[in-house]
Structures are given as structure tokens and as C-alpha cells.
Design a protein around this ligand. Structure first.
Ligand SMILES: C[S@@+](CC[C@H](N)C(=O)[O-])C[C@H]1O[C@@H](n2cnc3c(N)ncnc32)[C@H](O)[C@@H]1O
Length: 717
């Protein structure tokens, strides 16, 4: 308990599948850590320099405990902090609680896997999953082939997730917004055949809402609001979510269940109940040999339930009969608890290795999980934890809620929300949900545009990539019928750059409607933004123009390019992986509330002078598409040339060395790729650049530019 009163160290991960992960780790190890080690802090003169988490693979997980005052005082720490912030902004580093890194590692995701992250927001673990799906990108230089569906019942939080995951630029991701316990089954095409089967996943993560008592070290409200009722109520939701996950897993698929709670009612009791309901078709996996340096305790096999009167109760029958129906029988250990291998679950306590607390159970599916509704429920308290009859379930859910509301407020999300959701760390804490049924009906498609998240608002400078100075229309909802006056307030919310879901400009735009356009859809502008994903004809005019101009190889699957507006002058072409395409094209895909998918690969460019190709590369997709582009539009730069490119927004071509000038002058105005091979141990830098009449313009957002500048300055150290 004493450890829970101390400050939690800050932890972060260097993203593992990115080309520069090892390079960044080397900068940390060789540049920052030695500098920080020179500084002595505190009374005991102990260094608080970052140290790697011994159990995290490849030395890519880190932790440091320097207090804010230290960071402020020390220039070395400030440098380190600046580096951390810049690399975090562009997605090369993720701030994440150390224990929260464990479930995705045990999920054992492989490239090409289909993965469902059931309760995914704000997305720390989704990011790890995406990294694992992309682990072979570097070796193969192939188009990633996996599928990651990241789902959350809370739309606002789904949008935070979009923002978070977007930095990884993955064409494999679909973000959805459903109650995980009712995640819809959609029929998808099997391989190359036309046969369609209900979607099933190789891997499922159920990082469920919980009471959050494992986050006591950073979430002070838990101290105040914790009560016995929250776990009892959440147990029900957790069983439903995990059962649905088990159903959606492929046979032989793996499911990881996790909570940031230490309470057996939310952990072993849920695991035991789901094992019972799966009738031998789920097994707990022994993961004791994995992450060997991680100190952990086994799952417990005995526990009690505390009654409303604050008395420990050994079995349901000992509860006052008039309240018995308020408790699920599955809250108590089942009679066969000894046979369930609950000791294979993993408990991490704060004092083990200076972290928060966490619970993890890893399952393997060995056979079909019978339709839950047909399971005989005679063993458990049918009333309290049944999915057979929705109305019964709902009544009981509400009963349990009301019952505990009388004495404590721990189920009130407002009482437990941390007050700052702007960092992952803080958002990680937001685990407690109201026990009330989510009003999410997958058959009804009310608007699922991301609402504005006031706290995430940020200013985007006018020289942002898509607001570039080249006279193009502002990045709006891609809707064709609105022309923005050039003077716009560039005040966007920070939810990522994909307008449809999350990038609603905070509207202070003067809009001018072109009178001669078809305005029939104007009334439903919102609707427009929710247009389905429209795949382009690979032999159509748009793709032919791009293919010809950039010498795009036929190996590049242009049939995975899509637009998100019915307008012919589509502004942005997105790319999705083949499995994502299969899902988006499923006949019943409309059952899925898709919040976001696809990475931007091409953007329509308008220029003052005639240009041969209307589309330029987009920074989001450049690394993926580079191997497929003819070298005719690629210019090799040295690090010195790169420094000139970064020295100002639009450096004149004449400033570069003569060879480069000559090469640039051979190329007509339009988009080019700059390729920099800094040295053997480092990965190439590949940049989209606009070659204007007399100058160059790096097509990067300012955060990306800042991180690149820092990286270049590190090359010179
Ligand atoms: C513990 S947090 C998830 C943290 C996340 N996995 C991560 O690593 O960033 C639990 C999440 O579950 C969501 N949630 C609550 N009830 C849900 C439900 N019935 N279905 C799906 N998501 C739910 C909450 O909105 C919250 O974002």
C-alpha cells in the first residue's frame, strides 16, 4: 500500500516497427542517457536518468522518475524532454504506463493477423498491436496485409484513438464505435473466393472497463471514490465483453483479457465464468516463460465478496435472500475452481517493479463457443449475469447499479474521470464506465462523426501540409460544393487529419457556395462526410494519370485506393490493406459504425501554373509507396542538402549544390521524392517535396518537420 502513495514513474515506448526505432533508441542510449547520468538529483544524489524496462523486448520500453522540478532546472533534461515531445508528436515514441504495455506483448500478434481490440480507446495498446502487424514491413517492403479493428463504445474516446493511432500511418486499421459485448458480426469474403463467412479474428484484446484500483498511484480520485459496488457491477459487463470476444476469435486464436484492477471480482471471477460458459473450448495459456524478467504473481483461486453491509461473504446463499438476486453467482469462486488453472493468470503489483497494478489472462480458443444464448445457465445465477434475455439482463444490471448507488458513487464516471484527458497516460486511467447499458444499437446509424473534444483543440499553422501555400482548397470535409475563402481561421480540433471522422474545423470559415453545382446534397453535408468508402477503378482516369506520371509499378495494388466523397474531384486518395477492403466491402458492412480508416496516399494539388499531374504524394503514405515509384521523380540528397531544405519553408533551388540544382531543373513542376541515405546503420529518409518554379517545399506537417530537424541535428553530434 505504501508504494501506492508514491509517484508513478513516467514510462514510454519507442515504437517497434518503425524504421527508425533502433536509431532512436541509440540516440537515447548514446546521447541523452549519458548526459542525464552526469546529473545527480535529490538527497541521495541518485540519478533519475531513464532506464530501460528489463522485460520489454529490444530495449524499446523505458521509464524515468525525474520530477517536473528537475526537468525544469536541468538543461540536459530539457533537451531530453524536447526530444521526447517531438518524437511523440510524430508517433515515434508513445507515452504509456509500463504495465499497460504487457497485454499486447502477450497477445503475440504477427504480421498479417486479423486483430480486434474491443475496448481500445485511447489506443495505447492498439498502437502496439499495429506495430506488431507491421513488424515485417521493413524486411519485405511489402504492402502490409493485416487488419486491426480498434473499437470503443465511447465516440469521443474513439476519436482520441483515431488521433493516437493515426501517427502510425497504418492502412490496416479500422476504428469502430460499438458496445463490445454486441460487436456486430459481418460476413466477409474468404480469400480469393466469393464465399463469405462471419468475420473471425486471430487475436482479440479485451482490455475492459474496470474500477481502476490499479491506477491509484496516478489517479487520485480513485482513493476518494473507490467503493465495493463498482467491481460487482462491472463484473457483468466484463463477462459479456470477454464472451463476445471469445466468440469472435478464430479456433486456435488467442484472446487476452486485462484490467488495471486488483479486484478478483473483475479478474479471476470473470475468467472463471467465461471458462465455464465456453464449455472447455477456451483454455488459459501458461505464459510463465514469457517476458521472463517481468516479476508477477499467479492468479488467485480463493476470494470473497463484500456485501452491501461491508461483510465478507463466502457464497451467494449467505447473502440476505431479499438481496440475493442483485448478485451474480459467478462473483464467487466456482466449485471446480481448482481445475481452471487460474494460477496461469498474471497479477502485477506496484511494489514488484515500481509500476501500477495490472491483471492479465491469456486464452486459447480450442473449439467453437456455442451461441451464448443457448448455454444452460443453471450453475450461475441466471438473473444476475445472463445474456439470454436482454430485458432480464438489463433489469438486473440496473438493479445492481441502483443497489450500490445508494451507498457509493464509484460507478459514476464523472466521479472517476481524471481531469486531464490530453495525455495518453491520463486517458489510460479512464477505465470506469457507467454500468448502464450503452445506447449503441448497431442497426441504427445515427451520426457517428467525432464530436469536438474541447481539450484537444490546437492551432494548426497555415503552412500545414494540407493547408499548404500552393493555393489548394483548405482541407475540409472533402465536400465539393463549398469553396472556402482564402482567409480562414485555421483553428482545428486535434483529432487527426481525416475530416470525415474527426477533423472538423472549428467553423469560423467563410463559405461560398458555387451556384452552378448540384446542391442537392448540401443539406446533408454531415451525411456527405459519412459517405461510404468508395474504391477507385484501377483503370480509371485518376489512377492512370498517377500511374503514368510517377511510373507507379503494376505491383502496387491500386484497387485498394479509395475516396470518401462522391465528388469526382476527390481531394484525397486513401489506401487500405486488402483485409480492410474486404471488411469495408462486406455486403453488411453498414452494420459496422466505422469512425475512421485508411491512410492518405495522394492529395489533389492545385497550382497557379499548369501541372502535369493533379495529385501529389501525401506524407502519410510516402514510405509505403516509395518502393513502387519510378526513380524518375526521386532525387538523392545528402544530409547537407537536407539541412538546406529544412533551413526555411521554401528554399530556392539555387541554394543547393550544383549537381542537385541540375537534377531538380530537369524535373518539371510537381511532386518529387527526396531520398536521403544518411549512413549504413541508419534508415533512409524519404520525403515528399513540391518542386515549384524556383523553390522546393517540404510537404510535412510542422510537428513532423520539427522531429526531422531534431533527428538531423542528432546525426551531427
Ligand atoms: C481500460 S480503458 C481501455 C484502454 C485502452 N485499451 C488503451 O490501452 O489505451 C476501457 C475502455 O473501454 C471503453 N468501454 C467501456 N464500456 C465499453 C463497452 N461496453 N464496449 C466497448 N468499450 C467500452 C471505455 O470507453 C474505455 O475507453
Amino acid at each position: 500500500m505504501e508504494v501506492n502513495k508514491t509517484t508513478l514513474p513516467t514510462s514510454f515506448r519507442i515504437t517497434g516497427s518503425r524504421s527508425n526505432a533502433f536509431e532512436l533508441r541509440n540516440v537515447l542510449v548514446n546521447v541523452h542517457v549519458p548526459e542525464l547520468n552526469k546529473i545527480q538529483f535529490g538527497d541521495d544524489n541518485k540519478s533519475e536518468a531513464p532506464r530501460s524496462l528489463p522485460w520489454y523486448p529490444d530495449e524499446l520500453g523505458w521509464q524515468h522518475s525525474a520530477p517536473r522540478s528537475t526537468i525544469k532546472k536541468s538543461p540536459a533534461f530539457q533537451n531530453f524532454h524536447k526530444w521526447l515531445v517531438a518524437e511523440t508528436e510524430v508517433g515515434n515514441i508513445s507515452r504509456q504506463e509500463a504495465v499497460s504495455m504487457i497485454p499486447p506483448l502477450l497477445l503475440d500478434v504477427k504480421p498479417g493477423h486479423w486483430v480486434l481490440d474491443m475496448c481500445a480507446a485511447p489506443g495505447s495498446k492498439t498502437v502496439q498491436i499495429i506495430e506488431a502487424v507491421h513488424a515485417n514491413d521493413l524486411q519485405d517492403k511489402t504492402i502490409p496485409s493485416g487488419l486491426v479493428i480498434a473499437n470503443d463504445a465511447d465516440l469521443k474516446r474513439s476519436c482520441m484513438l483515431v488521433h493516437q493511432a493515426k501517427r502510425l500511418k497504418s492502412p490496416c486499421l479500422i476504428v469502430t464505435n460499438h458496445d463490445a459485448a454486441q460487436f456486430p458480426g459481418v460476413y466477409v469474403k474468404q480469400g480469393l473466393t466469393e464465399e463469405k463467412k462471419p468475420i473471425q479474428f486471430d487475436r482479440i484484446l479485451a482490455d475492459v472497463p474496470c474500477s481502476g484500483d490499479g491506477t491509484l498511484r496516478k489517479n487520485f480520485l480513485i482513493w476518494k471514490n473507490w467503493g465495493i459496488g463498482s467491481a460487482i457491477g462491472l463484473h457483468y459487463t466484463q463477462v459479456k465483453i470477454l464472451l463476445r470476444g471469445a466468440q469472435l476469435a478464430k479456433e486456435s486464436g488467442r484472446i487476452v483479457y486485462s484490467t488495471c484492477s486488483m479486484n478478483p471480482l473483475e479478474n479471476e471471477a470473470v475468467v472463471a465464468e467465461v471458462l465455464r460458459r465456453s464449455r472447455g473450448n477456451l483454455q488459459l495459456v501458461d505464459v510463465s516463460d514469457q517476458l521472463p524478467q517481468l516479476i508477477r504473481a499467479p492468479g488467485v483461486t480463493t476470494w470473497k465478496v463484500m456485501s452491501k453491509e461491508n461483510k465478507w461473504v463466502d457464497k451467494l446463499e449467505d447473502i440476505d435472500p431479499k438481496y440475493q438476486k442483485k448478485y451474480a453467482k459467478s462473483l464467487w469462486p466456482p466449485a471446480d475452481v481448482g481445475q481452471l488453472n487460474l494460477e496461469r493468470c498474471m497479477r502485477i503489483y506496484p511494489h514488484f517493479q515500481d509500476t501500477g497494478a495490472f491483471f492479465i489472462a491469456v486464452f486459447q480458443k480450442t473449439g467453437p463457443i456455442t451461441d451464448i444464448s443457448s448455454i444452460d445457465d443453471s450453475v450461475s445465477n441466471k438473473n444476475a449475469c445472463d445474456t439470454e434475455d436482454a430485458s432480464v439482463a438489463e433489469t438486473n444490471e440496473n438493479d445492481i447499479q441502483t443497489f450500490y448507488e445508494e451507498t457509493d458513487m464509484s460507478n459514476d464516471p464523472d466521479a472517476t474521470i481524471v481531469d486531464d484527458l490530453s495525455t495518453n497516460d491520463a486517458a489510460d486511467n479512464f477505465c470506469v464506465v457507467p454500468i448502464k447499458r450503452h445506447n449503441v444499437d448497431s442497426s441504427k446509424h445515427e451520426s457517428h462523426k467525432c464530436p469536438k473534444v474541447e481539450k484537444l483543440e490546437t492551432k494548426v499553422e497555415p503552412d500545414e501540409e494540407d493547408d499548404n501555400q500552393m493555393g489548394s482548397q483548405k482541407r475540409t470535409c472533402e465536400e465539393p460544393f463549398i469553396k472556402l475563402e482564402t482567409k480562414v481561421e485555421n483553428d482545428y480540433n486535434q483529432m487527426g487529419s481525416q475530416k470525415r471522422a474527426c477533423e472538423e474545423p472549428i467553423i469560423k470559415l467563410e463559405i461560398k457556395v458555387e451556384p452552378d453545382e448540384d446542391n442537392s446534397q448540401m443539406g446533408s453535408q454531415k451525411q456527405m462526410c459519412e459517405e461510404p468508402f468508395i474504391f477507385l477503378d484501377p483503370d480509371g482516369a485518376v489512377i492512370s494519370q498517377i500511374r503514368e506520371y510517377y511510373g507507379l509499378s503494376h505491383e502496387f495494388p491500386t484497387d485498394q485506393l479509395l475516396v470518401r466523397s462522391v465528388n469526382e474531384r476527390n481531394k484525397i486518395l486513401y489506401f487500405v490493406s486488402e483485409p480492410v477492403k474486404r471488411v469495408l466491402q462486406a455486403p453488411d458492412c453498414s452494420r459496422l459504425r466505422v469512425v475512421n480508416s485508411g491512410i492518405k496516399v495522394f492529395t489533389r494539388q492545385e497550382a497557379n501554373e499548369p501541372i502535369k499531374c493533379e495529385f501529389r504524394f501525401n506524407a502519410e503514405g510516402i514510405i509505403m509507396i516509395y518502393p513502387y515509384v519510378s526513380k524518375n521523380r526521386v532525387v538523392n540528397f545528402s544530409l547537407d542538402d537536407l539541412k538546406i531544405l529544412l533551413s526555411e519553408p521554401t528554399p530556392l533551388i539555387d541554394r543547393f549544390d550544383e549537381k542537385i540544382q541540375k537534377r531538380l531543373k530537369e524535373l518539371d513542376m510537381g511532386c518529387i521524392i527526396i531520398y536521403i541515405d544518411p549512413c549504413k546503420e541508419r534508415d533512409a529518409i524519404i520525403l515528399p517535396v513540391w518542386r515549384a518554379a524556383v523553390s522546393l517545399n517540404l510537404l510535412y506537417r510542422k510537428e513532423e518537420r520539427r522531429a526531422l530537424e531534431l533527428r538531423v541535428s542528432n546525426f551531427y553530434q
